[in-house]
Design a protein around this ligand. Structure first.
Ligand code: ADP
Length: 495
């Protein structure tokens, strides 16, 4: 199949968060299955153009109320051919995302519509457009509304992946009009507040919708997890699937990772102690081989559970545990963590920065990694931790529930807890300590985590099956409605 993969960011070109990891590694896994996959991202100035040396590959135009906007296509490659799109709304300075919906809506409308125009200009007729998150919703929408009368895209299906539901690109209405995107009656399925969201455009019109874990796929169809979109997602429930993200097991391998003081695998776990010592040194913690060294590597965001973690961590440190934190983000959370470090010198170490190399040393040296997320679409941290022999202690939500087996169950790989409160978290830490006291059980827990297959292989095969399903819907129930508003196919099928 010919697949056009659209994302706002992709490693190694530009990475802000987990989306960049996925867009950097899933296209390669799909190509390994024999598909012709092309990755398209905005050609930001933030990309290192001198390093990747993109070559001019063509031009396209995006209609706009003030006159057509001219775009250019640049070609480079990582594991698959990569196209970068430039044009007036794409920033040439260091920026990727901005705080302004006006700026981001125009940027990603231009990119979404430009992606289809560029694909046509290049003569690349995709079987499937795989679009990701709110930034590319308009591409899905445009495809669904135009393909009935557009021979080039007549046979193209769409698969739309939600990486984090609350990010909707809301408030884009005025800019949709600038880009001549008429709204279709099916948008009435969305709550009123979401009708001008770029995510909404994609959710209503995608042939197949996926999100990044089976549990999150269920959670977003409930009022608790649906962020106001659950009723609409239930209506599209027969098109909605959960496919777990993988990790790049080549780059994340404790047997070869140059960032570690000592390399090891599941058969040489005893060598890992060296990394633990190096980590406590680097973090400025007391050498205390008997203490449990708990790590956290996280964006500091309300999603990640620091409001319940901070009180529990205070008690953890009072009772002799140690803590090493790497994260950046919300200044209030940063202050709370800095305060812990001040109160517990030698026991708590907090580094408020983004530092991929240090994160590897935390995964490779800490005893456990705490992930108390309020919600977690998939989560990569727990998989990286397990691969590096750090036992995850995590809330049973979203992808955490799908990738960690609780120590109380056969084949346990971590410690899970349910309640979103400091007491439930503290109980989970106590359970971890009890297992930790039985060295052999702990080592088995570490080994099983290390030996779990978190590669992309299985997920890529699942996407392949869903591409085939999406192809069945072309011109069918989800798409095919005309821009004039006839709702022939624009209506998602109910259950
Ligand atoms: P999210 O995408 O919601 O931030 P994920 O668990 O899916 O959460 O992905 C987080 C990724 O970012 C992981 O690879 C994690 O190691 C990395 N990460 C988070 N914070 C930092 C940091 N301060 N420094 C380095 N890497 C970080």
């Amino acid at each position: 199949m010919k697949v056009l993969f659209l994302a706002a960011e992709a490693a190694p070109f530009v990475k802000v968060g987990g989306l960049g990891d996925v867009a950097g590694s899933l296209p390669r896994a799909l190509a390994a299955l024999g598909h012709d996959v092309r990755l398209m991202i905005p050609g930001y100035g933030a990309i290192d153009w001198a390093r990747f040396r993109p070559r001019p590959a063509g031009a396209f135009e995006v209609p706009h109320a003030s006159g057509a906007q001219a775009g250019r296509i640049w070609e480079t490659e990582s594991d698959v051919p990569v196209w970068l799109l430039t044009g007036p709304p794409i920033p040439t300075d260091g920026g990727v995302y901005s705080a302004s919906i006006a700026e981001d809506a125009r940027k990603f409308l231009f990119f979404s519509l430009g992606a289809l125009a560029a694909s046509r200009a290049l003569g690349f007729r995709p079987d499937v457009v795989h679009a990701n998150d709110w930034h590319t919703g308009p591409a899905v929408y445009r495809l669904a509304t135009a393909r009935g009368s557009d021979p080039f895209f007549r046979d193209t299906a769409s698969l739309y992946t939600i990486h984090n539901l609350p990010y909707t690109g809301r408030g884009a209405g005025a800019y949709l009009a600038e880009y001549a995107l008429a709204t279709m009656p099916a948008l009435a399925l969305l709550p009123e507040w979401a009708r001008d969201s770029m995510l909404g455009l994609g959710l209503v019109t995608a042939d197949v919708i996926t999100t990044v874990s089976p549990t999150y796929a269920r959670e977003i169809q409930t009022p608790q997890g649906g962020h106001g979109l659950d009723a609409m997602l239930r209506l599209r429930g027969d098109r909605l699937h959960g496919v777990l993200n993988g990790i790049d097991v080549g780059s994340w391998d404790p047997a070869t990772d140059p960032a570690l003081a000592e390399r090891f695998d599941s058969t040489t776990l005893e060598r890992r102690a060296e990394n633990r010592t190096a980590l406590t040194d680097e973090a400025g913690l007391d050498a205390d081989p008997n203490a449990f060294l708990l790590g956290m590597v996280s964006r500091l965001d309300s999603q990640k559970g620091f409001d319940v973690a901070l009180p529990a961590l205070s008690r953890w440190l009072e009772s002799g545990g140690q803590l090493v934190v790497l994260g950046s983000g919300d200044p209030t959370i940063e202050r709370g963590l800095a305060d812990l470090e001040l109160r517990f010198p030698g026991r708590a170490s907090v580094r408020l920065r983004f530092d991929p190399q240090y994160s590897r040393r935390i995964y490779g040296g800490a005893d456990g990694i705490l992930i108390p997320s309020r919600y977690e679409p998939c989560g990569l941290t727990q998989m990286l931790a397990m691969r590096y022999g750090a036992v995850p202690i995590a809330r049973r939500t979203g992808g955490l529930a799908d990738t960690i087996v609780d120590v109380g169950d056969p084949g346990g790989t971590g410690v899970l807890f349910d309640g979103y409160d400091p007491v439930s978290l503290a109980h989970a830490l106590e359970r971890a300590l009890r297992v930790y006291a039985h060295r052999q059980s702990w080592i088995e827990l570490q080994r099983r985590g290390m030996e779990t297959d978190f590669s992309w292989n299985r997920s890529a095969a699942e996407y392949q099956a869903l591409f085939r399903e999406a192809l069945k819907y072309r011109g069918g129930a989800a798409g095919g409605s005309s821009e004039s508003g006839e709702d022939a196919g624009g209506h998602p099928r109910g259950r």
